[in-house]
Design a protein around this ligand. Sequence first.
Ligand SMILES: *Cc1c(COP(=O)(O)O)cnc(C)c1O
Length: 417
Amino acid sequence: MSSSRDYPIDSQLLNILTREMNRQRDKLEMIASENFVSENILRITASVFTNKYAEGYPDFRYYGGCEYADELEILTQGRARKLFGAEHANVQPHSGSTANMAALFAVLKPGDPIMGMDMAHGGHLTHGAPVSFSGKLFKSHSYGVRQDTEQIDYEALIAQAEEVKPKVIVAGASSYPRILDFEKFRQAADRVGAILLVDMAHYAGMVAAGLYPSPVPHAEIVTSTTHKTLRGPRGGLILCRKPFGKAIDEEVFPGIQGGPLLHVIAAKAAALGEALEPDFIDYQRLILKNTQRLATRMADAGFRLVSGGTDIHLVLIDLRTKHLTGIQAEEALDKAGITANKNTIPFDTQRYTVTSGLRLGTAALTTRGMVEHHMDEVADFVVSALRSVDDEGQLKKIREAVAAFTRKFPLYPGLEF
Ligand SMILES: *Cc1c(COP(=O)(O)O)cnc(C)c1O
């Protein structure tokens, strides 16, 4: 092979790539865990660093030719520490789940007790769900929200910690619309000498902007994804206090991963760089305003918001009062050109494949350039689709209106895929 021109992209693959691009362009992206990276980050993710092996860390690699890899990783670690005020950063985890795995493995032995939020109440798989490594390898105890407030009961959490004596308490969630009280989590951990692991996957962007309380002063270890509100490439990140650095690094590599994805680390450096710019705060502030506006419109249309509202970038809607299930809503929205996900709500009586909830996020819409008043139109599209779940003709009409609307917010103009 002398050059990549020897291998044109075959039409079958090209067709998939361009249709995905069109999907992202034409639809309203409301999955709360998704976002659109900048064109720079897109380009960097496709850089020649994808060709390079660099097992190890900047001070010790198992391969030659790592001088620029070293420089890159040191730069990225430094930006992560600076952005979040952390003592130590590992930027190698391939995903948020791997970051959590490394963090848990670094401080636990198989069979040790852990406490994490119940997945049915908003927690993540890796916080002790039975189907995950975290529930299989550790003795997992879950905490949830109160049925009346749909918020975490910290007194109950502390009492549960005293009872089950976890070695690690995991704080963090994927569909809990309220701000977590990290001081209370710290108190619970201190009562029993547990390590506090905060998984800020969903909040990282807001934390970076100072609009969500930082877990870093409270937790020994903080994990995150880089691709949600942080608006970076798909990947993970671990921050920790100095004494945990060595154990964490050894768990990431060689514990569970091989070579780092240097092209993704380069894109993480770019994302962290973007997040260090002052206008990133404006972006995060706008996400929060947009979510408030969306929440208000949905509530005005008679939808019940779990916990009565939101403090963050997402709303969780209880569809039961509208006699809809999550899967019905997800499918109707998809036909209407709106991408979102069904979600269990606390004390859901439907199976997780059906659910009674719908999770809507605004981070990706905000990246596309939508501001508060646009959320009125977005909410109107959502509401009319949810009123037309069985009306294919109406859903098609909404999809056409959505496509016309999204054209006003160009995405990667000029790019083929
Ligand atoms: C999204 C998420 C993760 C996992 O991220 P992946 O990159 O998909 O593995 C972990 N924890 C929480 C709370 C999340 O929301």
